[in-house]
Write a protein that binds this ligand. Structure first.
Ligand SMILES: [Ca+2]
Length: 291
């Protein structure tokens, strides 16, 4: 699996403490300005666009929207503006549903682009800080709550909350959590803590979907993976749908997790970030001065 060759640069990065903040962080775009990036997003539907033809399932690496640390493995696709455009068809920020919190909109993830039966598409988005987000020991008291909408689609699918963890054996594992009971055409709010069942571990020989699901507490007590994870480092935190989640679009309203932003809300959607507001203010001031 590609994760096995995940950038060794992460190994030498020093943990970066997030600045103290008691407030909501707004995320309305992918890339360096927010720290939220596409990584394992795969083209959902064979298509021809202005950049040429692209097959289903092809991994997309955008110049601005993809996390380049993810693409250090041999044979990785080169970053391109074409893939930025393709990623933007599958991961985008808008306000399509009534009832997002404070009318803030959502970050939509589409497993396919056009509603075909393509099963090889995937949308994957995570926060990265270029190094260690939290030590593996933080897994033992993890808590997360997130709110999301499931679009009306022929298949009912559940967005996964997930993490990339660099194990103490220097191999990267993906931990994905799926809650139960998501409703189509509805807002869903899922909460988990260390004792909530529903985790699976993927990559580097881990059983993935073929194994039983775990609570984090039981996973950390597992003879094979417990010490690897708790002595490792969390290097990415986010969401995905797919693969094999065709014909489903989900919109993520917000996330609160013990791993990011000091547990305060990360609100996805169309609200400008404070930085963007400041820039708009400066632009307005400059405009007035010109007049
Ligand atoms: Ca929102």
């Amino acid at each position: 699996m590609r994760l096995s060759t995940f950038s060794s640069g992460l190994l030498i990065a020093v943990a970066t403490a997030s600045s103290a903040s008691a407030s909501t962080v707004y995320v309305n775009t992918l890339g360096a300005s927010t720290g939220w990036y596409s990584d394992d997003t795969r083209n959902g539907e064979a298509t021809t666009d202005q950049y040429g033809s692209i097959a289903r399932g092809q991994v997309l690496n955008g110049l601005n929207s993809s996390y380049q640390g993810y693409f250090s493995y041999p044979g990785a696709p080169a970053a391109s503006a074409a893939d930025d455009a393709r990623i933007a068809r599958q991961i985008y920020f808008s306000n399509p549903y009534a009832g997002s919190t404070d009318d803030s909109g959502v970050m939509s993830l589409s497993g396919t682009i056009g509603g075909s039966d393509a099963n090889s598409g995937k949308s994957s988005v995570r926060y990265y800080n270029g190094g260690v987000i939290a030590s593996g020991s933080a897994l033992s008291n993890i808590s997360s709550t997130f709110r999301w909408y499931m679009d009306a689609q022929p298949t009912s699918r559940t967005v996964a909350f997930n993490m990339l963890v660099l194990g103490s054996n220097n191999l990267v594992y993906s931990l994905a959590w799926l809650g139960n009971g998501a409703q189509m055409n509805s807002w869903n709010e899922f909460s988990l803590n260390a004792n909530t069942d529903g985790w699976r571990i993927y990559g580097n020989g881990a059983p993935g979907s073929s194994g039983a699901s775990f609570s984090m507490t039981s996973l950390l007590a597992d003879a094979t993976y417990g010490n690897l994870l708790s002595n490792g480092a969390i290097v990415g935190v986010g969401f995905n749908i797919g693969s094999s989640q065709r014909n489903c679009i989900v919109g993520i309203d917000w996330l609160e997790t013990s791993l990011l932003n000091n547990g305060n809300r990360i609100d996805f959607g169309t609200v400008p970030t404070p930085g963007a507001i400041a820039l708009l203010g400066l632009a307005g001031l400059a405009g007035r001065r010109r007049r």
